[in-house]
Design a protein around this ligand. Sequence first.
Ligand code: HEC
Length: 152
Amino acid sequence: MFMRKIALAAVAAAALTVSAAPAMADDAGEIEYRKAVMEAIGGHTKALFGIINGRTGNNAHLASHAAALADLSQTAAGIFPEGSDFGDTAALPAIWEQPGEFEQAVKMFQDAAATLNTAAQSGDMSAIGQAAGGLGKSCKNCHAGFRQKDNR
Ligand code: HEC
């Protein structure tokens, strides 16, 4: 009963935060949000490689991480709003100065994540390994051109 109350309070608090968000959204908040999403992407990627490299026995989790990455890759285009280039961020101005190239980098990531998700559902370990390599390349590709090197 007590836990249920806490859960309900958390839901209410989350609802409040969401409804207040549009009025309070600012560049610092957008940067914080972008980093949080990237951390989530990083977490799933690390977990996935831990499974592929046999450093954990949680093979059954592979599909979950791949699905989450495919999902999160779709949010990637929305986490770089105009104005979020100044402040505590490693995002380079090239993101907004070369929108065509940046869009390509986002697309490469989305395609790689989708391919990995399909492979993960098939259970074919060699296809999964190859697709995971492609995913890793898509991170590096974007970070190389659009993220400050000293902030890894
Ligand atoms: C389309 C470009 C792009 C792609 C693709 C991309 N990233 Fe990033 N990533 C960035 C940028 C730009 C930053 C810097 C964000 C900032 O400081 O505001 C970043 C930051 C990060 C961070 C640090 C977040 C923090 O707290 O400062 C991690 C971890 C990360 N990325 C992991 C990944 C992984 C893993 C992948 C691939 C599965 C990936 N990223 C794909 C552009 C990208």
